[in-house]
Design a protein around this ligand. Structure first.
Ligand code: C2O
Ligand code: CU
Length: 455
């Protein structure tokens, strides 16, 4: 493969994604950020400089497994220290599988601030696409709020919590029109964002096609909240890898909503994810035990959770949400949805796993019971990195813990993650070679580096 080099600067800028001017997080003056295009087997080098004046930044490459480079996964507090203002971090990683991917900020609410873009990986040099087509279009879907992401963070963390509400506009390739359906009825002013000359920043992208030609649409959604439905048959593509027939370990993850000191939180097995000052990758690799709470929920807690009426009423325990997985074992995860704080309400959650693909073995309504296992699809389950749990339902996933590193597994709704809806998986960390210092320069690993320097 080739090496592909990019130099990026992240900065705030004025922009009008939907006809109302606001502030977005841009990359090299662009919103959405530049599209990365590569071939399977290539190595991407992104030299990322933080030009935000007062906050850190990281970028996650959604769907890229980061085999052998867990420090390039771009999760603040998990895989690396946030890049400080003025600093540069080198993301260097291999794209091993063709497909349509995207990247996005993974610190605070930077995805809803507009930090995202597309990442397209073509088949390896000399290989053929499975389908033939004459042209292709890239469609990146996102959601946009007129309120800034910092104010949203404050809203979500307030007591009582203020929900951020539906986005003002849905964007296609960073463009949309605010309130057009309304404006069409009431407005006859020429300033209406719905009357377009075509050269506006927010004017829709026009896809130019020729008759009788076949086009490929590459559709990705980087929405922070909105769940956009696009239905396609999901049985696996013929020839996709099939899952191992059995599992070594089953992890049951109960999703509930709870109050902690009056603050609304999401919790997994009663632990609401709090990100530590020292990224897990470094603290686990170097045995810095004080970096986070390693206590596992006791067997009795686990048993109680299983029996729990799933009302989210049980007290929160002080686990850290970190699960240590034995290297190379097959892990089943049963995501169990439950009632949220409001009576008779259960929400939909798209769960995303970093560092791996997983097989979706099955899903169903109500509480998962052992009986369901007989119905698992082990023959041709879809291989994905994100799967939904439906209201009051469960979803069963299987993956092989074969990628040394520390990996986030979380609800991809950004405000839900912000409120604690995630866990962390760690596997084979001791097998890793040297972690680049620039990923370690904070918290206890930062201190460790300083001490090494002085000795
Ligand atoms: Cu696309 Cu952890 O996220
Ligand atoms: Cu969620």
């Amino acid at each position: 493969g080739k090496a592909r080099h990019f130099k990026w600067e992240v900065e705030y800028m004025h922009w009008s994604p939907d006809g109302e001017e606001g502030v977005v997080m841009g990359i090299n003056g662009q919103f959405p950020g530049p599209t990365i295009r590569a071939r399977a087997g290539d190595t991407i080098h992104v030299e990322l400089t933080n030009r935000l004046h007062t906050e850190g930044v990281v970028i996650h490459w959604h769907g890229i497994r980061q085999i052998g480079t867990p420090w390039a996964d771009g999760t603040a507090s998990i895989s690396q220290c946030a890049i400080n203002p003025g600093e540069t971090f080198l993301y260097r990683f291999k794209v091993d599988k063709a497909g349509t991917y995207f990247y996005h900020g993974h610190y605070g609410m930077q995805r809803s601030a507009g930090l995202y873009g597309s990442l397209i990986v073509d088949v390896a040099e000399g290989e053929k696409e499975i389908f033939q087509y004459d042209g292709e279009f890239n469609i990146l879907l996102s959601d946009w709020w007129h309120k800034g992401s910092h104010e949203q963070e404050v809203d979500l963390s307030s007591n009582p919590m203020r929900w951020i509400g539906e986005p003002q506009t849905l964007l296609i390739n960073g463009r949309g029109q605010f309130n057009c359906s309304l404006a069409a009825h009431v407005s006859n002013s020429s300033a209406s964002p719905c009357k377009l000359r075509g050269n506006e920043q927010y004017a829709p992208h026009i896809l130019r096609v020729h008759p009788n030609k076949t086009y490929r649409l590459r559709i990705a959604s980087t929405t922070a909240l909105a769940s956009l439905n696009l239905a396609i048959g999901i049985l696996a593509l013929k020839g996709s890898p099939t899952p191992p027939p059995t599992h070594h370990r089953r992890i049951f993850l109960l999703n509930t909503q709870n109050f902690i000191d009056g603050h609304t939180k999401w919790a997994i097995n009663n632990a609401s994810l709090v990100l530590p000052a020292t990224p897990h990758l470094g603290s686990i690799k170097y045995g810095l035990n004080a970096a986070f709470n390693r206590k596992k929920p006791s067997r009795s807690v686990q048993a109680r959770l299983r029996r729990d009426e799933a009302r989210g009423k049980s007290e929160l325990h002080d686990g850290s949400g970190v699960y240590m997985l034995r290297f190379n074992t097959t892990v089943d995860v049963i995501l169990q949805n439950a009632n949220a704080l409001r009576a008779n309400v259960s929400e939909i959650h798209p769960w995303h796993l970093h560092g791996h693909d997983f097989w979706v073995l099955g899903y169903g309504e109500g509480k998962f019971t052992e009986k369901e296992e007989a119905k698992f699809n082990l023959k041709n389950p879809p291989l994905r990195n994100t799967a939904v749990i439906f209201p009051f339902g469960w979803t069963a996933l299987r993956f092989v813990a074969d990628n040394p590193g520390v990996w986030a597994f979380h609800c991809h709704i950004e405000p839900h993650l912000h409120m604690g809806m995630g866990v962390v998986f760690a596997e084979g960390v001791r097998r890793l070679g040297r972690i680049p210092n620039e990923a370690l320069g904070c918290g206890l690993t930062g201190k460790m580096l300083m001490n090494n320097l002085h000795n």
